[in-house]
Ligand binder design. Structure first.
Ligand SMILES: [Zn+2]
Length: 112
């Protein structure tokens, strides 16, 4: 499950930020997760429980903000929300997408 290494990365970032700002309590960490980022929400939450243990984050919640997958067809310019990145364009029937949103995987807020 690669969610464990992703979550470990997030925990490291948050702890480094907390050290830098001399914060000793964190209540909530918000992350943006795109629908096409390839991670599973339940696995993220499970990994969070394990990774936050015995750290400054042991009481911190994890809030996952899901970002929809939006692509723009390079052929005809239509913007749409496909179920999968490589679904055909509803405008022209081609498969030529440019991803606008949906690949996000980042910490967006830390609440103390
Ligand atoms: Zn198109």
């Amino acid at each position: 499950m690669h969610e464990f290494s992703i979550i470990q990365g997030i925990v490291d970032i948050v702890l480094a930020t907390a050290r830098e700002k001399e914060v000793n309590h964190i209540s909530l960490v918000e992350v943006e997760v795109g629908r096409a980022s390839g991670v599973i929400r339940e696995a993220m939450e499970f990994a969070w429980e394990a990774a936050r243990k015995d750290t400054l984050l042991s009481q911190a919640g994890l809030k996952i903000l899901e970002i929809p997958l939006v692509v723009r067809c390079i052929t005809c310019g239509r913007q749409y929300e496909p179920a999968e990145v490589y679904d055909i364009c509803p405008g022209c029937g081609e498969v030529n997408p440019e991803i606008i949103t949906g690949k996000e995987l980042r910490v967006v807020a830390i609440e103390t």
